[in-house]
Design a protein around this ligand. Structure first.
Ligand code: GDP
Ligand code: K
Ligand code: MG
Length: 298
């Protein structure tokens, strides 16, 4: 380490589905945040760490900023807003369009209230023409003149180096906070539960997923060190949901389990024996105690 080393915290914000988690995974080079085409996939703040000779960037993947509809929504909003003032840089991810809707206006309002430098990342440039990218950039320049703008494709990794360079430009000189092997401070259990929830989100109809949580009941390595036994419970809100999650002769639950197992095995680098259960807890999203039990710090 030398006196030109930089380090700091970067909040990733943006509407659901703009590609925040995909971008973070791309920057880190590993899958930590789960991604799906459904909104509210990311509930908790996830810290990931990028380390190079130049410095270290700690990314906070925040839940999407949108108006709260219930206790869980309120909690997510609080986490997202609190983050903006704590960090060195705010990275706002938007899609490469010229449409600035109420959601974007709401975020611009939030950003005007903080002094933190802002980088607007115009994502998904692989999905539109060059001209549309150009138009999107000038739209955002007009709407948020104090921000720096970087177009990228999180999916294809396009302009990733440019983005890292821009981030370092705004980071202060500082020490290396984490060991260079560290890529996340997420407890393993939480990532495992998120990987299971990700598959449930992908496979189930859209009415159910927001009403589910996944709890890891136990995670034990066999003495030979080559197999991990994991027991987990999917919590849902209704008896009818339980039936759907289990599926005909357990087919849906089996599918969720086998898809999730693949990702967990990659993460833990071991074979996994995953057992899933389903439990009904009515209105868990509106009860503080239940939310706490499922890992959402209030
Ligand atoms: P988040 O809700 O903001 O975290 O968004 P996700 O990272 O979960 O991504 C939402 C959807 O957009 C997923 O289907 C991604 O594959 C897709 N996506 C993300 N980045 C890109 C991109 O650069 N190009 C394209 N074409 N799709 C993307
Ligand atoms: K998403
Ligand atoms: Mg996400």
């Amino acid at each position: 380490m030398n006196d030109t080393y930089k380090s700091g915290f970067v909040a990733i914000i943006g509407r659901p589905n703009v590609g925040k988690s995909t971008l973070m995974n791309q920057l880190i080079g590993q899958k930590i945040a789960i991604t799906s085409s459904k909104a509210q996939t990311t509930r908790n703040r996830i810290q990931t760490v990028y380390t190079s000779d130049e410095g270290q960037i700690v990314f906070l993947d925040t839940p999407g900023i949108n108006r709260a509809k219930n206790k869980l929504g309120e909690y997510m909003l609080k986490v997202a807003e609190g983050t903006l003032n704590e960090v060195d840089v705010v990275m706002w991810i938007v899609e490469a369009t010229t449409f600035i809707g109420a959601g974007e206006r709401y975020i611009i309002e939030q950003l005007e209230r903080v002094k933190t430098p802002i980088i607007i990342v115009v994502n998904k440039i692989d999905a539109v023409s060059e001209e549309e990218v150009f138009k999107a950039i000038s739209t955002y320049k007009d709407a948020c003149s104090h921000a720096e703008i970087v177009p990228v494709s999180a999916l294809k990794g396009k302009n990733k180096d440019e983005l890292i360079k821009t981030l370092f430009k705004y980071l202060p000189y500082g020490p290396q906070f984490y060991d260079e092997d560290t890529i996340t401070d997420q407890p393993e259990r939480q990532i495992v539960s998120e990987l299971i929830r990700e598959q449930a989100l992908r496979l189930l109809d859209k009415e159910i997923p927001h009403g589910i949580a996944v709890v890891i009941d136990s995670m034990k390595e066999r003495p030979n060190g080559r197999l991990m036994d994991i027991d987990a419970t999917i919590i849902c809100e209704r008896d009818s949901h339980k039936g759907i999650i289990i599926g005909k002769q357990g087919a849906m639950l089996k599918k969720i389990g086998s898809n999730a197992r693949y990702g967990i095995e990659q993460l833990l680098d071991t074979h996994v024996n995953l057992k899933l259960w389903v439990k009904v807890k009515k209105d868990w999203r509106d009860t503080d105690t239940l939310l706490r039990n499922y890992g959402y710090k209030m």
